[in-house]
Write a protein that binds this ligand. Structure first.
Ligand code: AOF
Ligand code: ZN
Length: 357
């Protein structure tokens, strides 16, 4: 199962909104086939492992990180392939929370006389698929905030300078995150200040869909984002009714997403629900303090990636990752679990998952 988990990770960034899944086939104590879900729409892990078998899998056992599917989706059910191949026993990491499967895969296997054992390295398997497990059971995508800050919690100097807070290694790392997430979200403030591309600049990187929260449609038609909207899908969420500007942006390939108004701004929850309806399973928010606050207030944050630079900026006017009024009582704080610290050059990436109460 450990090997199956390693294999599953290879699909990271290519399978959204489908899960990361790995499978290993063993016969007479020897591995005879391995596979993983390589990309959305492609063969599932079990079928890839069967395809890669170096000898007849009849009578073999399979280790698979997620319960085999039993439905006709983009591909036929894996249970069918396992039954046809004559697999004798299936070891499973997690049951599949997808309502189309949800224990049904195990049942069909058992009905065909195939032995099953579930919960093998369950926690490690589940950690592979935080995004998928959240996505399949909720009406908004999995949302992660990402920001770079100093040791005194500033994301810019008092005059607004923010290039660069962290070093090169940390900045390169951000691109691997952008590759993993299906969408990237930023506020119009960031777009006006930095004119960013918000793409994944790594080898074989998958660019996330770009979502800009732009309440009053201030984005310039000459911005890098708008200029490249035909190459990288771009959504602009707005409450503006400026039909002329909307038409111009649409002409350039942007998709305009209208929402109701919340505190004079775009209703972020509505944006997220619409993204979920478009099968976007995850959103990395490189937003700035106003957007971050609005997501936190709407209970729409599941993870944080804080890149921390060993510097002090000071200044009460220097911006911080979460603006707004903040909370009054410590008890009301958003608390994080499963913390992980990764040194990146002189900086540290601290990531954590929001504690579910
Ligand atoms: C995968 N890869 O290796 C396994 C999956 O409709 P489909 O064909 O895209 O099926 C997707 C569902 O199949 C997915 O949500 C999950 O429940 C199940 N298992 N999916 O993409 C795999 N084993
Ligand atoms: Zn399957």
């Amino acid at each position: 199962m450990r090997r199956a988990i390693e294999l599953a990770k290879k699909g990271c960034g290519y399978t959204n909104p489908n899960p990361l899944v790995g499978a290993v086939i063993v016969k007479d104590q020897r591995v005879i086939g391995e596979g993983y879900h390589e990309k959305i729409g492609g063969l599932h892990a079990e079928r890839n492992a069967l395809k890669n078998c170096i000898e007849d899998p009849e009578g073999a056992e399979i280790y698979v990180t997620l319960e085999p599917c039993c439905h006709y989706g983009k591909t036929p059910p894996c249970t069918e392939a396992l039954i046809e191949a004559g697999i004798k026993k299936v070891y499973v990491g997690n049951l599949d929370p997808n309502p189309k499967v949800a224990g049904g895969g195990i049942k069909i296997l058992n009905d065909h006389g195939i032995e099953t054992e579930t919960g093998i390295l369950e926690e490690e398997c589940r950690q592979l698929n935080d995004i998928f497990f959240h996505y399949i059971q909720n009406d908004i995508p999995y949302i992660a905030l990402k920001y770079a800050m100093t040791l005194d919690g500033k994301i810019a100097t008092a005059t607004g300078e923010s290039k660069w807070i962290t070093g090169e290694e940390a900045r390169r790392h951000v691109h691997t995150l952008r590759h993993q997430y299906a969408a990237i979200m930023a506020g119009i403030g960031t777009v006006l200040a930095d004119d960013p591309m918000l793409n994944a600049r790594i080898e074989h990187g998958n660019d996330p869909i770009r979502v800009i929260c732009d309440s009053n449609l201030r984005i310039s038609e000459g911005s890098n984002i708008v200029k490249t909207a035909r190459e990288i899908p771009t959504i602009i969420a707005t409450i503006s009714k400026d039909q002329e500007k909307i038409a111009k942006l649409e002409q350039k390939g942007c998709k305009i997403l209208k929402t109701s108004e919340q505190d004079g701004k775009v209703n972020v929850k509505e944006v997220l629900k619409q993204l979920r309806n478009m099968e976007i399973d995850s959103v990395l928010v490189e937003g700035g303090g106003i957007l971050n606050e609005s997501l936190i207030k709407n209970d729409c944050v599941h993870k944080v990636y804080a890149y921390i630079a060993p510097k002090l900026f000071g200044g009460e006017k220097a911006k911080t990752p979460v603006e707004g009024k903040g909370i009054e009582r410590i008890q009301e704080a958003l608390v994080f679990d499963e913390l992980k610290a990764t040194p990146l050059g002189n900086d540290i990436l601290l990531e954590g998952k929001v504690r579910s109460c």
